[in-house]
Design a binder for this molecule. Structure first.
Ligand SMILES: O=c1ccn([C@H]2C[C@H](O)[C@@H](COP(=O)(O)O)O2)c(=O)[nH]1
Length: 160
């Protein structure tokens, strides 16, 4: 499966969620806030900023699941504004994780305020950088995305 096909999978999941929840309005802002929250949840699982604690990060699979929660909303926001991306942004640059999170947060806020091709691509670039620094390959991400996508259908079917 190609990365680009995730946009279509996300569109189908979103249509199912909106039908199940009777949503007819534009929920771009809500999805924008959801992405900010998912980014914070991801940071929290890495514990990268917790200089006051000796406890290590959560299990890799927990961090990966949080990562693909962000990917869901990022794909979804693109679909809402008819923005897309042809290929996964391979960014191979070692960076401090806290710095990555702060930059990603800033990029998301800029995109929400001004959604266009450029600001959208920038957010993806930062997610590419986060993936590299968290040691996630595109294969890891695709596999985890497919699993979480299915879980999201199940949650809706079971009255989430
Ligand atoms: O319109 C939506 C709303 C939610 N989700 C998915 C993305 C995340 O995987 C998950 C987040 O749900 P919480 O666990 O935060 O409730 O729901 C979508 O894909 N599209």
């Amino acid at each position: 499966m190609e990365f680009k096909e995730l946009f279509e999978m996300q569109r189908e999941l979103d249509a199912f969620i909106e039908e199940t929840q009777n949503i007819e309005r534009d929920v771009f802002k809500e999805k924008g806030l959801a992405l900010m929250v998912e980014l914070a949840e991801l940071a929290n699982e890495t514990r990268c900023f917790k200089f006051w604690s000796t406890k290590g990060p959560s299990e890799r699979k927990v961090i990966l699941e949080e990562f693909v929660d962000s990917i869901h909303f990022l794909l979804s926001l693109g679909n809402v504004r008819e923005l897309s991306l042809d290929a996964w942004p391979e960014v191979k640059r070692k960076e401090d994780l806290t710095h990555c999170f702060l930059s990603t947060q800033e990029a998301i806020l800029t995109f929400i305020q001004q959604p266009d091709e450029n600001t959208y691509r920038t957010v993806w670039q930062y997610y590419g950088m986060l993936a590299f620094n968290l040691d996630f390959t595109l294969e890891d991400i695709m596999e985890a995305y497919l699993a979480k996508n299915e879980k999201n259908y199940e949650r809706q079917r079971n009255g989430y």
